[in-house]
Design a protein. Structure first.
Length: 320
């Protein structure tokens, strides 16, 4: 039995960076890359797209596991064809690694109903957060074996520790600061799978990294850069950040401002020291590697049933 992980090329940005983080960690465990390519598949006939899929899954064998990273960056049609071909192999297990709501992205062709239809064809789920799972379950996703990611990391050869400045960094998919924090020394760093090392070096100038929305991939980059974080209360990684004292949790932007400008030098030094203790776990992809190994155990276990009321409540929070 082999394990394959999908990776989409010609996509870049946050989707590409997240997929790289998972694919790179998997390769250290002997998992194989299943390469996809972003292109306007509407120009392919069904027969032509079937031929492409035959090439993509050429190394697949019966009983293999395929970890499908969602969103893939592809169209619903493309992903549907891929699932159809994967299902032709006896005993193949599909594990959908759901990293964000594809239908919420401006650059996505997906409607939520398309996502639910596709993902319900998987045998198991990995969710980037518990709130993400609750949202999908409340909107029609079936109960199946699952894992929650909790801690995203990012494998890199860089271990940055030179911190000379006191900035507030914001990881984003655009170059614009969308938060009301104009009185701080802010630097926006774009997610870019092709310049991830450059981004880590920029972050290592020093300061705090801000984690303020549902995507928490930034934690892995901030830790690789060796800087502490300010995390919005209620996010998945809040407990990890506060328990390990690698930063602070904030309720609102006034809190962010206070922490960024008022933390004592002793407190900052302690944050940096605590980050350094954990840095090697992140740059070696230890958390993702453990998650991928847990997946191999969990994929054949019985379904866990959630409480529907809790799912609906969390779904409302994430949609807000």
């Amino acid at each position: 039995m082999s394990v394959h992980i999908t990776k989409t090329y010609n996509i870049g940005g946050l989707i590409g960076l997240r997929q790289n983080a998972v694919k790179n960690a998997g390769e250290t465990l002997g998992f194989k890359e299943m390469s996809l390519f972003k292109f306007p598949d509407a120009y392919d006939s069904d027969d032509e797209l079937h031929v492409r899929m035959d090439g993509i899954i050429a190394s697949l064998c019966p009983e293999d596991i395929v970890i499908f990273q969602h969103p893939s960056g592809e169209s619903p049609r493309y992903d549907g064809f891929l699932f159809e071909h994967l299902r032709r192999y006896h005993g193949t297990k599909i594990v959908a690694f759901i990293q964000e709501i594809a239908s919420d992205r401006d650059d996505s062709e997906y409607a939520l109903s398309d996502e639910i239809t596709l993902l319900n064809r998987a045998d198991m789920f990995i969710f980037a957060s518990a709130a993400l799972r609750d949202y999908y379950i409340a909107n029609g996703l079936k109960e199946k074996p699952y894992l929650i990611q909790n801690i995203p990391d990012y494998m890199t050869d860089i271990c940055a520790n030179e911190h000379k400045n006191n900035k507030l960094y914001i990881m984003a998919e655009t170059s614009q600061n969308e938060y009301p924090l104009n009185n701080l020394n802010i630097e926006v760093v774009q997610y870019d799978e092709y310049r991830a090392m450059e981004s880590i070096l920029r972050l290592s100038d020093g300061g705090f990294g801000l984690i303020w929305d549902a995507d928490e991939q930034a934690l892995g980059l901030y830790m690789a850069a060796g800087i502490p974080v300010i995390v919005k209360k209620g996010l998945n990684c809040e407990k990890y950040v506060t328990d390990n004292e690698i930063g602070a949790a904030a309720t609102d932007f006034e809190d962010v401002y206070r922490i960024a400008v008022s933390e004592s030098e002793d407190k900052l030094s302690q944050y940096y020291a605590n980050v350094k203790k954990l840095q090697n776990l992140f740059i070696n992809g230890i958390y993702t590697r453990k998650l991928l190994l847990d997946q191999q155990v969990r994929v054949n276990q019985p379904v866990q049933v959630s409480h529907s009321a809790q799912a609906r409540a969390s779904a409302q929070r994430i949609s807000d």
